[in-house]
Design a protein around this ligand. Structure first.
Ligand code: GAR
Length: 197
């Protein structure tokens, strides 16, 4: 049966768009909703233009009460009955209370070769460390931030004249290939690693 995918965003939504574009024809999944914590996220317009339902749960009113924010997230999600959640540039930490019921059903894309550089500023950190390679990872989400089992990675060389912005742009191009490739495999019930290099 076709899997229903909820995509969580906070901003531009370029990964979201690549996922939406990929879910056609014989793909085993379709998007059922795009959820943002920011009403101004550009990705919301992109999703709406494609006829995908959107929901906004602003995090500010819940400041200091992550559980209440997550309760609201679960509330807007329920009517769309997703089978899979894809975090695609969703910049809020989720607690175990939200994550645990979605174990093995929630994916995230992260702009580093995990387990290196969990958290923020990954491109700056890779450059500061003098890394020869950098990239991105799609992994299953567990309560440990950026710590769940890896489903795919794309690796690129760091170039001598790279800046954080240039490196980020080249990594993002790889994210756009990796996430759809992993989702297709994962939604079809295949957890084998996708390695792009
Ligand atoms: C992407 O680079 C994604 O890997 C990163 O945010 C960007 C979102 O871009 N995610 C994280 O850093 C999560 N920790 P997009 O909105 O254009 O897809």
């Amino acid at each position: 049966m076709t899997k229903r995918v909820a995509i969580f965003i906070s901003g531009g939504g370029s990964n979201m768009l690549k996922l939406l574009e990929s879910m056609t024809d014989d793909h085993p999944a379709r998007a059922c909703v795009v959820v943002s914590n920011d009403p101004n996220a550009r990705g919301l317009e992109i999703a709406e233009a494609r006829g995908v339902p959107t929901e906004v749960v602003r995090h500010q009113p819940f400041k200091g009460d992550r559980r209440a924010f997550e309760h609201a997230l679960s509330g807007v999600l329920a009517p769309h009955a997703p089978d899979i959640i894809c975090l695609a540039g969703f910049m809020r930490k989720l607690t175990a209370e939200f994550v645990d019921p979605w174990r093995d059903k929630m994916l995230n894309i992260h702009p580093s070769l995990l387990p290196k550089y969990k958290g923020l500023h990954t491109h700056e950190r890779a450059l500061a460390a003098g890394d020869k390679f950098h990239g991105c990872t799609v992994h299953k989400v567990t309560p440990e931030l950026d710590g769940g089992p890896i489903l795919g990675q794309a690796k690129i060389p760091v170039l001598p004249d790279d800046t954080p912005d240039r490196l980020a742009a080249r990594v993002l191009t790889q994210e756009h290939l990796l996430y759809p490739a992993v989702l297709r495999r994962f939604a079809g019930g295949d957890n084998r690693l996708v390695m792009l290099r």
